[in-house]
Design a protein around this ligand. Structure first.
Ligand SMILES: [Zn+2]
Length: 114
């Protein structure tokens, strides 16, 4: 006999599957295979009619830039794109934000001059 907790866990797993980017079409197939779960879903929908599922597109993967993005080669010289941290010294680049530079190592922040 499945207990209430088991059912709740199953539901959570189902929701997690739905949230996953890969399995956008999976729930229909799963419902066809397991009619019991489908009935449970219907009951849940009847109780909460206001629940509207958000349709999410496939998640965009953020392309990692890598360390080479911090350097520029001009002729024979290498220039560093980001400023280095004043506290940590050479080798610690600061991240550029719209209004400031920050050091990820020590947290030092320098605001851009307006
Ligand atoms: Zn630092």
């Amino acid at each position: 006999m499945p207990t209430k907790k088991d059912k709740e866990r199953e539901k959570k797993e189902e929701e997690a599957k739905k949230a996953g980017p890969k399995k956008a079409e999976e729930p229909k197939v799963a419902a066809a295979e397991a009619p019991k779960e489908a009935v449970e879903e219907k009951k849940a929908e009847e109780k909460k009619p206001a629940k509207v599922e958000k349709v999410r597109g496939p998640k965009k993967k953020k392309q990692e830039k890598g360390a080479h993005a911090l350097y520029k080669i001009e002729g024979d010289k290498v220039t560093r794109v980001h400023p280095t941290c004043e506290r940590c010294g050479i080798g610690y680049f600061m991240a550029e934000h719209h209004d400031r530079f920050t050091c990820g190592h020590c947290g030092f922040t320098r605001y851009k001059a307006r």
